[in-house]
Ligand binder design. Structure first.
Ligand code: GLU
Ligand code: MG
Length: 491
């Protein structure tokens, strides 16, 4: 059956080839007398065209807030051309909302004031788990179209621009783990019941989760995320599926799409998937380790690569590590963003609990990954999970690393043992500190970090601190089951 035969007369246009020099979207929208496409760039026109051809009637305009929650509004297809031009209006107050939907008092983020959810048309994806829906990732802009001081995606974009000014491109991939289960009612709050109790990397684990994972991989690929590896992880119901690295902004966008897809595919199959750092208190935590390397955009060479170095890491790479270690306690407030995150950051969990680095050291906060092939040198930053806002998280990592590069910071010697096996004195001699043990401690470290506070800027930092302090207080007043429920519900 052709598109024309089942979609009716209007869509006959689909099978006609456009006149030279015209865009298909021009002709469809002009003919329907909806808002024209004049003034829209090629990427936006392509979005209109795909929405039409693929029957996408509702297009979600998505962003991640200071609580790390993915939120948005949706535009209908007939309004899409206009909304691509103007964005969708949104209250500024939503950037003062925490993960419990409790609005915090932040100056400038009250009931008066408006921003625009301005989509990046290059991020358009059809949603394979929600028929008739698509999504784009947005920046929050001022009504006049300018950069808004509390937009997380703008924070990352500007960090990427600072790197570019120094001649670097950062390539990254989040490597999330998640728990596959069912949401089951109890007498109190729902609990997450994992799909299995299979062993780590076991073939039983592969078989139990197979149908879901097969759908998930298809859904990822449909949206342009290239799946690299998959395995059943250590925890009950725990899965790990990695995707290919990409330039920094795209890597953070991918993390949003990834989180949406893991949850969306599960919902369609009667399951509940959680990327919360520790949805099951007695099981392994869900990390989202961040793999990164700096590249020369001109020559497209990996600048972390140094076959001559015993660890395979260049001097530039060592300085970048120096920057990460120098800012680590504060960074954790942005890369491990929730109360639940700190259950995961414990010794002997392979999630990192100490500020140190080492070659293939899986208990160090920064692991130098031994290269699999020439040009594949990369760092794995481990105190990172999917409850973080990926734009803030990656942006902060860039600022910290770049600080190390600019100041030529020396990270000291790589550590070849599990730091938890050293005595306290030995760690002190080596300058190895414990990472913050709670969200509150991490926020204290963030407030004391001049570089990161300056990079965030006044509105963003006051909003982030208010939102996160409120979460720390709200969960401190409740028990463990309340914390687990709210985190596996949201993340
Ligand atoms: N689940 C561990 C974490 O919380 C990571 C295990 C691994 O893949 O090395 O980060
Ligand atoms: Mg893993």
């Amino acid at each position: 059956m052709t598109a024309a035969s089942f979609r009716g007369t209007v869509e006959v246009w689909i099978v006609l080839s456009p006149a030279p020099g015209t865009c298909y979207a021009d002709r469809v929208t002009d003919r329907r007398n909806t808002a024209g496409v004049q003034g829209l760039d090629t990427a936006s026109r392509r979005v209109l065209e795909r929405a039409e051809v693929e029957g996408i009637d509702l297009i979600r305009f998505l962003y991640a807030d200071h609580g790390g929650v993915i939120r948005g509004k949706a535009a209908s297809r007939p309004r899409l051309a206009e909304r691509l031009r103007t964005g969708i209006g949104h209250t500024v107050a939503m950037m003062a909302m925490n993960m419990l939907d409790q609005l915090q008092e932040v100056e400038g983020l009250g009931p008066v004031g408006e921003v625009r959810l301005m989509p990046d048309p290059a991020t358009f994806v059809p949603l394979p788990y929600a028929q008739g829906a698509g999504a784009m990732l947005c920046e929050l802009r001022t009504p006049g179209g300018g950069a808004w001081a509390a937009c997380p995606r703008t924070f990352l974009r500007e960090a990427v621009e600072s790197l570019a000014a120094e001649g670097y491109t950062l390539v990254a991939a989040f490597e999330p783990e998640f728990t596959l289960g069912r949401r089951e009612p109890t007498e109190g709050l729902d609990r997450l019941a994992p799909v299995d109790d299979s062993l780590c990397y076991s073939t039983t684990g592969f078989d139990v989760a197979h149908d879901y994972i097969a759908q998930l991989i298809k859904a990822m690929e449909t949206q342009g995320l290239r799946v690299e590896h998959y395995h059943p992880e250590l925890g009950h119901g725990q899965q790990e599926l990695s995707i290919r690295h990409a330039p920094a902004l795209r890597a953070a966008d991918n993390q949003i799409i990834y989180r949406e897809t893991v949850r969306g595919v599960a919902l369609r199959t009667g399951l509940w998937a959680s990327l919360a750092p520790k949805p099951l208190a007695d099981q392994a935590g869900n990390g989202a380790h961040l793999h990164l390397s700096l590249w020369d955009p001109e020559t497209t060479t990996n600048l972390f690569d140094s076959p001559a170095d015993p660890d395979g890491l260049s001097e530039l790479g060592h300085h970048f590590v120096g920057g990460l270690l120098a800012h680590l306690p504060a960074l954790v407030a942005l890369t491990c963003g929730t109360v639940n995150s700190f259950r995961r950051l414990a010794p002997r969990m392979w999630s990192s609990a100490y500020a140190c680095y080492g070659l293939d050291n899986r208990e160090a906060a920064v692991r130098i990954c031994s290269p699999l092939a020439a040009g594949s040198a990369n760092l794995e930053y481990k105190p990172s999970d999917s409850s973080a806002n990926p734009y803030l998280s990656l942006g902060a990592v860039i600022h910290a690393g770049l600080d190390g590069v600019r100041r030529r910071l020396d990270p000291g010697d790589a550590l070849a043992v599990d730091p938890d096996t050293l005595t306290g004195d030995a760690r002190a001699r080596l300058g190895i500190e414990r990472l913050p043990a709670s969200l509150g401690e991490a926020l204290d470290a963030l407030e004391a970090d001049e570089l990161l506070m300056e990079a965030l800027g006044p509105l963003r930092r006051s909003a982030y601190l208010a939102v996160k302090r409120s979460e720390a207080a709200a969960f401190a007043a409740q028990d463990e089951s309340y914390e687990l429920f709210h985190h596996f519900r949201v993340f």
